[in-house]
Design a protein around this ligand. Structure first.
Ligand SMILES: Nc1nc2c(c(=O)[nH]1)N[C@H]1C(S)=C(S)[C@@H](COP(=O)(O)OP(=O)(O)OC[C@H]3O[C@@H](n4cnc5c(=O)[nH]c(N)nc54)[C@H](O)[C@@H]3O)O[C@H]1N2
Ligand SMILES: Nc1nc2c(c(=O)[nH]1)N[C@H]1C(S)=C(S)[C@@H](COP(=O)(O)OP(=O)(O)OC[C@H]3O[C@@H](n4cnc5c(=O)[nH]c(N)nc54)[C@H](O)[C@@H]3O)O[C@H]1N2
Ligand SMILES: [Mo]
Length: 763
């Protein structure tokens, strides 16, 4: 029985603002999660589903990519994981009658929240050219339509194939194989907007674009930096690991413009002590840094380490044996200007010196980070500088130490490992060629930003998305939507309705897919898939619920079905065998991707297996120099013009990227509203705006152009001076398409220069 979905849309009229919370999780966390789940699934289904999250033999939580601990509690889920599950396992359904009742334009006028609340998609739908509505189409005809459009292109490079990070290893491998067999490397993914800067910086410096720590390393560290990350909301299970490290004596330094609740204090709902009392104080030191000040901070620490009298300030043996480029780095580091550091960070010299004290006292240091570091113009230099910092004291490749980029989507790291990448390495393509007997395209493809440009300019005519919500996740919403509308065909493989279904090319398809929580039965019997977490651990994921509709197909079956129609028997690839039995896909992976030896056997181990990582395992660095590379990173201080603020776009506590679960941001004290902008009270006074006033946010780009997001309520908030914060996707209109990070081309969603303009008084 479908539960009723809301008919009316939501607005901010009932918004309430209270003081921010100083702690995260605990009982209110679990109660909030259960309330959401009951509403979406009812009591019995809630109990059945949530008990399976992250259990051996259960399914992988579709929330974040934080690894599971080997000692799993019965309820190895967090409040926000439960919300992610409820969102997928909802009993609400979208039927053909829904699409008959709502025009596409009408859907385009709805909020993201309303669209998501309508329930699961249940059958393939097509929008024909000029039609106001989507209407049903058979799978066969849908594949036929895609095949016809793809095969009519002048070049395979006129199509783009996007991936969001929930796609399983098996589906991702089959998908990239299909795309390359079709003839293009146009495989942009959500990583391009997420941890691309981490991948770029780490590949260059340590030779592999992944984190070098396992969960036990975090437990054993004696100093953990949490930089540019809000784990209380986005990786709640990470708080348990931090708490454990702390109990074993670690110090924690939080570096953030916002005093995020989870970083300050934590109540663990899985332990009796979390239910009563004050919980654990997590951060020992809170560096309230200005947006984009991290490069300067780590350069200052590095300079002080180089100048320190402490006998063991540097690990000279490690530097000599394992690194390259130390002299050039050290020479540059000594030229650092303290005025620049203080201007960029907004910190005092005393705070930085005290942090150096923490560093010198620590034998084992881990640096964790997320979007606060990756979405700036200088993100790649910043992360390279963090590597410099760790190399100076030999903090890579030994227990309790290393780099820990905390990934977002639950399988975003695995998708890359499987070859979802617009710039594939030659070795990967060689292995693919050897395994399947065709020559894959060698020229690099388009990433997310370049794909938007190409659609805008008419160079790309077919857009295909394996999950995600492209028009809402990307920058410059108006430009991106126009680019999407410029396509001949847009195809969305999705579980839930979102705005990317309402902003379409001339023709559009919605192909509804099975989710993680659902049983996947193919001709060869019941299948499972596998995923890789943020620390390179691979394990199986099995859905148990009956599919939301008998018409749904698995992502694997969608890819293989499509591949047969588009390619016929070109290249003689056995798509049917892969679809029948996913073991066949895993056997291919084993022969193409290093580290997957005996994949089918090892993935059946309830604990899964760990992928090799040369720097972590044996201090080997597969870089161009064969060593870990020190780098020289010029410091450019981002100077914000008078009367302007630097805006970051963040997640509220009630959203998963573009999926809006609800309208509250509990820890930051916002209830029933999303159009808010957080500004320091002294900045508000200086700019002449009152707490509670309504303003437009106007972004100013270097080419003189402006972008406007109207009607935001100002909230006086303890953020760093000169900085502001607001939620995405509402603020994506403000981020210029051409404003991207050096090297990684990631949109600079965390540093947008804005002015606040008093909104015209309502009449
Ligand atoms: N519940 C839930 N879980 C999620 C997601 C979700 O939307 N909801 N999204 C998933 C995904 S895809 C990802 S990538 C992750 C994202 O996880 P996060 O990176 O934690 O997400 P953001 O909300 O973007 O928060 C960025 C944090 O960095 C800080 N920050 C911003 N700029 C700077 C800076 O210049 N320097 C420093 N030091 N700090 C800065 C912000 O104040 C904020 O605390 O979470 C994943 N998990
Ligand atoms: N301004 C600003 N923009 C940002 C960010 C930011 O911090 N600020 N963060 C960026 C980041 S880190 C990321 S990762 C991107 C996220 O970009 P995306 O990954 O494109 O966006 P999501 O909101 O995660 O995608 C949600 C949709 O995925 C579909 N979906 C969910 N589960 C499944 C599944 O199992 N299979 C299939 N086929 N579909 C499924 C549903 O239809 C749902 O509506 O956004 C980026 N955009
Ligand atoms: Mo992400």
């Amino acid at each position: 029985m479908g539960r009723e979905a809301p008919r009316e849309d939501f607005d901010d009229s009932g918004m309430k603002v209270t003081k921010p919370k100083r702690w995260a999780a605990g009982v209110p966390g679990v109660t909030a999660a259960l309330r959401d789940s009951y509403e979406q699934m009812g009591v019995k289904r809630t109990a059945l589903t949530l008990l399976r999250v992250n259990q051996k033999n259960g399914f992988d939580c579709p929330g974040c990519a934080w690894p599971e601990s080997r000692h799993r509690h019965t309820a190895e889920f967090c409040e926000n994981g439960a919300k992610a599950v409820a969102e997928e396992a909802t009993t609400r359904r979208i039927t053909r009658e829904f699409f008959a009742a709502h025009t596409v334009d009408e859907l385009g006028a709805r909020t993201d929240h309303w669209l998501g609340q309508q329930g699961r998609l249940t059958e393939p739908m097509v929008r024909h050219p000029g039609s106001a509505h989507y209407e049903p189409i058979s799978w066969d005809d849908a594949f036929g339509l895609v095949a016809q459009e793809l095969n009519a292109l002048d070049s395979p490079d006129e199509a783009v194939f996007y991936t969001s990070g929930r796609t399983s290893n098996e589906a991702a491998f089959a998908y990239q194989l299909f795309v390359r067999a079709f003839g293009t490397n146009n495989l942009p993914d959500c990583s391009n907007m997420c941890h691309e800067s981490s991948g770029s910086a780490l590949t260059e410096t340590i030779g592999i674009g992944k984190g070098s720590v396992l969960l036990d390393d975090l437990h054993q560290a004696d100093l953990v930096f949490v930089v540019g990350q809000n784990p209380g909301t986005n990786h709640p299970r990470m708080l348990s690991a931090l708490e454990r490290a702390k109990k074993a004596g670690a110090r924690i330094v939080a570096v953030n413009p916002l005093p995020e609740a989870g970083l300050i204090r934590f109540k663990n709902p899985q332990l009796p002590s979390g239910v009563v009392g004050n919980g654990t104080r997590l951060a020992d030191r809170f560096l309230q840094i200005r947006l984009n000040g991290d490069l300067a901070l780590f350069q200052a620490l590095n300079r002080m380490l180089l100048e320190s009298d402490a006998p063991d300030a540097l690990d000279r043996a490690f530097i000599a044996e394992h690194t390259h480029g130390f002299d050039a780095f050290a020479e540059h580091a000594r030229t650092l200007d303290w005025d620049d550091v203080l201007a960029a960070t907004g910190l005092t010299r005393g705070e930085i010196a005290a942090t150096l004290g923490d560093v010198l006292a620590a034998k084992r240091i881990v640096v964790c980070w997320a979007m606060g570091l990756t979405q700036h113009r200088n993100s790649v230099p910043t992360i390279r500088e963090i590597v410099n910092f760790l190399l100076l004291r030999g903090n890579i490749g030994r227990p309790g130490a290393g780099v820990c980029p905390v990934r977002g989507h639950s399988n975003v790291q695995g998708d890359r490992t499987m070859g979802i990448y617009e710039k594939p390495k030659a070795a990967f393509l060689d292995a693919l060629a050897a395994e399947f007997g065709f020559e894959p395209p060698r020229e690099h493809g388009l990433d997310t930003v370049d794909a938007i440009r190409a659609m805008r300019d008419g160079a790309v005519k077919v857009f295909f998305a394996m999950g995600g919500n492209f028009v809402r996740a990307t920058p410059d919403s108006d430009v991106t939507e126009a680019a999407m509308r410029n396509c001949r065909l847009t195809v969305q493989v999705s579980t839930k309705l979102n705005r990317s279904h309402a902003v379409t090319g001339e023709r559009a398809l919605i192909l509804p897919a099975l989710g993680r929580t659902e049983r996947d039965v193919q001709a060869g019997g019941e299948q499972f898939v596998s995923v890789e977490d943020s620390m390179g651990m691979v394990h199986a994921s099995r859905g148990r619920l009956a599919p939301a509709s008998p018409e749904l197909r698995s992502e694997v079956a969608i890819v293989t079905g499509l591949a047969r129609r588009v390619l016929g028997d070109r290249h003689g690839i056995r798509w049917d065998a892969m679809e029948r039995d996913y073991d066949v896909i895993r056997d291919h992976v084993e022969r193409v991707v290093p580290g997957f030896e005996d994949y089918n056997a090892r993935v059946r181990d309830p604990d899964g297996f760990t992928l090799p990582h040369a720097p972590r395992d044996s201090r080997r660095f597969p870089t161009a120099t064969g060593k870990a590379n020190f780098t020289v990173n010029p410091l450019e201080v981002l100077r914000v013009p008078e009367g302007r603020l630097l805006l970051q776009t963040v997640r509220s506590h009630d959203q998963y990227n573009t999926t809006i679960y609800g309208l509250d941001d509990r820890y930051r004290g916002v209830k029933a509203g999303r159009r808010v902008v957080f500004v320091h009270p002294d900045d508000l006074a200086a700019l002449g705006h009152a707490d509670g006033a309504t303003v437009d946010l106007v972004s100013e780009w270097t080419d003189g152009s402006e972008r406007r997001a109207p009607g935001f309520r100002v909230i006086a908030y303890p953020t760093a001076r000169g900085c502001a914060a607001a939620y995405f996707p509402e603020t994506n209109v403000l981020v210029p398409l051409d404003s991207t990070a050096e090297v990684s081309n990631t949109p600079t969603s965390k540093s947008v220069v804005v002015r606040l303009e008093a909104a015209p008084a309502a009449s």
